[in-house]
Ligand binder design. Structure first.
Ligand code: WTA
Length: 629
């Protein structure tokens, strides 16, 4: 249920501290001249050479920002703090799944760690522009690895630590990485997930990988190929790892990272993000939209294998000189109050998580939260999927005790940073993602490209270019143009449906393409279908997303079996397990349903829309293109 008329006013505690007191004035100023607004935000950061132009749209949709400028995101995330008193403050507090394991790093010592990793990468011949694949869990070394690659002008490609060897292999080969950074294993609810073994399988036939750096984490036994694999702690002792490592100044438009994400075909696409505009957008949103101050302790629970983690776990808190907090474990292990215990113990001020986690914790009841003193919290943030009003209110009333600002924010891997949100001092509508950020404008269009009236559904588009926008799709510039800029001229197609109400608040409905958000993870139906079809019993299949109370969406797969096979519970379990192993546990279908045939168009395309409507008991809509029996 959405209640669009409810407006929740910001609590006094939030108003007292907010960087932006007059949100209307900020939006008016930024919207009047977005380019000037972004230029002002950029001026707060360090550049070794100034820009000639803030926005160059001459090659649109291949936009460029801060052309001619030289910088490096590491100069802003670390180096500039080293010459101030901030060098001795905590940059990172890390807590293991076993919460008695704690590691802390000041900005000074974080820099030492990054220099060490960067020296090692250089010694392996990594050069500016080379892609380094990082397959690490949430441990401090993921900071070192990402920042080290950036420091020397290399490009990082972080692959989510839950992906299987096949998915990892596809990403390593496509990016032509020479170096992979991984661990022996990661902790998942008390058990070891064998990440090194997955890397072994992924790189066995890789034509490009020369070196694998292995961080010791779980202490579990792994096989080491002496011609390729190196323990990180042994490399760190070598002379090549020692000493100062210069932060390479790069062009503002030089790539910082690629991040693979799911689209409407089986082949994942990689968004390309650059040093200059990306750091500006992170700095600006962290200050204006999330209201994080230098003195704050900031905990974003996302994994750096997804964009939320790359942007708001790794870079944003460091750029603002705050203290980042990272936890290795899940929200419910060993008990469903582990997060609140950590908030209480470490005095977290701002927390950013996903609706699935909020709904999961909500189901365990309020007592797990209220027995802890979590009164340091001021800012509560959610992204990745719609935060339904019930979960919104629980986050606000129980976790925030009515004293915190609950900030939903909408964005994508492609946008690099948030695009729609509600500033801390802005009145909130539970269930709405808020308004476009300062400098952005959005619209909801019909099929023909006309803006629909307020309150009507349609395709969400972004009207203004923005500094942290993806510059292209890695190796696929044509696909970049076709996917995002072809349906409507001059505006960015998000792939989401939404509506905008009378007050200008945006209500996200969901994806309009073949992408399913499961627990906030972005999964392509085509990837799931490819994994299911690789099981010998399966002739063909169709994957659809259906509403799920906790996960947002659940994956249902309708399967047509090869002749000679009979549908059974055992076979369904086997196929689910097969997907978990060949793609990822996060993509494991909730339901496998055996059917005799799938509805198709006359040209042979599976009509997922019809399958969804049937599953939900809804009107199947226009069936004129459906193939006859
Ligand atoms: C969805 C995650 C509703 C949306 C940052 C988008 C959201 C996709 C929200 C991108 C939100 C993200 N409310 N839906 N606040 N945030 N989404 O690339 O469908 O993993 O297109 O980036 O997540 O997922 P991605």
């Amino acid at each position: 249920m959405t209640d669009e008329s409810t407006l929740i006013q910001p609590p006094q505690e939030v108003l007292d501290q907010a960087n932006v007191q007059d949100w209307k004035a900020l939006l008016e100023r930024a919207d009047a001249d977005p380019v000037a607004f972004w230029e002002g935000e950029a001026a707060e950061l360090e550049w070794s050479h100034p820009w000639d132009k803030v926005l160059d749209d001459s090659g649109a949709p291949f936009y460029k920002w801060f052309t001619g400028a030289r910088t490096n995101i590491v100069s802003n995330a670390i180096d500039r703090h080293l010459t101030t008193a901030r060098r001795n403050k905590l940059a990172l507090i890390w807590v293991g799944e076993d919460t008695s394991k704690v590691r802390t790093f000041s900005y000074f010592s974080l820099n030492r760690e990054v220099e060490q990793m960067a020296n090692i990468l250089l010694s392996m011949g990594v050069q500016k522009g080379d892609v380094v694949t990082i397959y690490l869990p949430r441990i401090p070394e993921i900071y070192f690895a990402m920042l080290a690659a950036a420091k020397i002008g290399a490009v990082h490609s972080v692959v989510f630590a839950g992906y299987s060897s096949e998915a990892l292999n596809a990403r390593i080969d496509d990016s032509e990485s020479k170096v992979v950074i991984t661990v022996d294993g990661s902790w998942i609810n008390g058990s070891v997930f064998p990440m090194k073994k997955i890397v072994d399988d992924a790189v066995r036939f890789s034509p490009t990988v020369e070196n694998v750096i292995v961080v010791r984490n779980t202490g579990s036994e792994v096989s080491m190929d002496p011609t390729r694999d190196h323990w990180y702690h042994e490399l760190a002792r070598l002379p090549i790892a020692q000493g100062h490592c210069e932060t390479v100044q790069v062009d503002a438009e030089d790539p910082l990272f690629i991040l693979y994400t799911s689209g409407s075909t089986g082949k994942p696409k990689a968004a390309v993000h650059v040093h200059g505009g990306y750091q500006v957008h992170l700095s600006s949103t962290m200050k204006n939209c999330l209201d994080i101050h230098e003195a704050d302790r900031w905990w974003c629970t996302a994994d750096p294998g997804w964009i939320t983690g790359t942007s708001y776990v790794i870079y944003a808190p460091l750029i603002r000189g705050a203290t980042a907090f990272m936890a290795e474990g899940s929200p419910v292990y060993p008990y469903p109050d582990v997060w609140w215990q950590l908030v209480e113990h470490y005095g977290i001020n701002g927390m950013f998580t996903a609706p699935t986690a909020i709904r999961t914790l909500m189901r365990f009841g309020d007592a797990w939260v209220t027995k802890h003193d979590i009164s340091t919290l001021r800012i509560l943030v959610s992204a990745g999927e719609p935060l339904n009003p019930e979960a919104w209110r629980w986050f606000h009333d129980v976790v925030g005790q009515g004293r915190c600002s609950v900030i939903d924010n909408w964005w994508q891997t492609e946008t690099g940073a948030m695009q729609v949100t509600s500033l801390p001092t802005m009145p909130k509508k539970p269930g709405s993602a808020g308004r476009p950020i300062p400098g952005q404008a959005v619209a909801v269009l019909d099929e023909q490209g006309n803006e629909v009236p307020a309150g009507s559904d349609g395709f969400l588009v972004l009207k203004n270019p923005w500094p942290s926008m993806l510059r292209t799709l890695f190796k696929e510039p044509q696909r970049y143009v076709e996917t995002y800029w072809s349906k409507y001229p001059g505006v960015y197609l998000t792939g989401d449906s939404a509506r905008i109400d009378e007050d200008g608040y945006v209500w996200i409905i969901g994806r309009t393409d073949d992408v399913i958000k499961v627990s906030g993870h972005r999964i392509g139906t085509a990837e799931v279908e490819a994994a299911v079809t690789s099981h010998p019993a399966v002739a063909e299949c169709a994957a659809i997303g259906l509403p799920h109370e906790v996960k947002g969406n659940a994956i249902h797969v309708l399967v047509v079996l090869n002749t000679g096979y009979q549908g059974s519970n055992e076979l369904a379990a086997e196929i689910r397990q097969h997907v978990s192993q060949t793609l990822s546990p996060i993509a494991k279908p909730d339901v496998i349903e055996f059917v005799d045939k799938l509805p198709k168009t006359r040209s042979g395309k599976i009509m997922r829309r019809v399958l969804r409507a049937r599953a939900l008991g809804q009107d199947e809509g226009d069936l004129s293109t459906l193939e006859n029996d």
